[in-house]
Design a protein around this ligand. Sequence first.
Ligand SMILES: NC(=O)c1ccc[n+]([C@@H]2O[C@H](COP(=O)([O-])OP(=O)(O)OC[C@H]3O[C@@H](n4cnc5c(N)ncnc54)[C@H](O)[C@@H]3O)[C@@H](O)[C@H]2O)c1
Length: 301
Amino acid sequence: SKAATQQAPGRFRKPKLAQQNGRFAIVTGGTRGMGFETAKHLARLGMHVVIAGNEREEGAAAIWRIQEEDFEFAYVDLTCLKSVRQFAQTFQNRGLPLHVLVNNAGTMMLPERRTEDGFEFHFALNYLGHFLLTNLLLDTLKRSGRQGRCSRVVNMSSATHYAGVVLLGDCPNSYTSLGAYAQSKLALVLFTYYLQEQLAAGGFPVTASAVDPGMVNTPLYDNLWSIAQALKKPVAKILFRTPAQGASISVYAAAASELEGVGGCYLYNGHRKQSSDTSYDSELQAELWKKSCELVGLQEA
Ligand SMILES: NC(=O)c1ccc[n+]([C@@H]2O[C@H](COP(=O)([O-])OP(=O)(O)OC[C@H]3O[C@@H](n4cnc5c(N)ncnc54)[C@H](O)[C@@H]3O)[C@@H](O)[C@H]2O)c1
């Protein structure tokens, strides 16, 4: 029943997933955690998967773990706009199609810090790098999709977005790491809805949705202070989902037959869910889009 699905962490009804033979995916942060599980599952559905990340050794290890699949690693540091541009250019030079882009890489709970480009770290990695990457790959996604078989953009958000306030990247005087994380995850939802609206208005065969995996036991929590961490270890085993369970929502968004042509969703536990009120603010969506274009140096479409 629906109630049971919602109560039991990680227990989903099994959606019908479309076979993906001959299709191409990029999963950012695919070297470990949920990104790795997402990439693995998509490869099992027949996709050629590029796992993109900034840790070469972890990338090599990930490839080694799934030798039999159609799998490759490519370097990108999402905190660095130049690196994002290089990654996109290298991919495009190969002339491959792109049917699924999973913007999964992320970090949480860092002390106040800026990237080399001068942006707040969570905002840059979780959101802005993905904003640029998606825009650079958008033409390829458009060309690769068709009506009845759209390309899909999947943005990894989080329940923390409900507490998010978008300050358009600026750090308030009172920095908190959770506030910074929440802002980045809200920005991803605002971005998702605005992108979907534009794609639909233009009649392009691409859809965009955001997903929320629940609480998942991954190294993401390594930055929590130590007592919480000590507690987390035994507690996490019981309460948190496994990376594979968490990843199932990304796989669902990327491949479920019932979501063909359907975008603008916030997906949680295998269902559509309301995201925060702020995330539906169309003026804020437009403002964030415009500001983001300025920050990454993109001409507004
Ligand atoms: N774990 C949870 O409970 C939870 C809940 C909600 C949302 N999320 C989100 O899920 C996503 C995946 O996280 P996870 O829990 O699997 O954690 P994780 O730490 O295992 O995975 C993060 C991935 O991002 C990659 N990454 C980090 N910095 C990067 C950079 N500069 N450039 C490119 N790649 C980089 C890492 O290499 C890794 O592959 C994140 O966006 C996270 O915010 C996680």
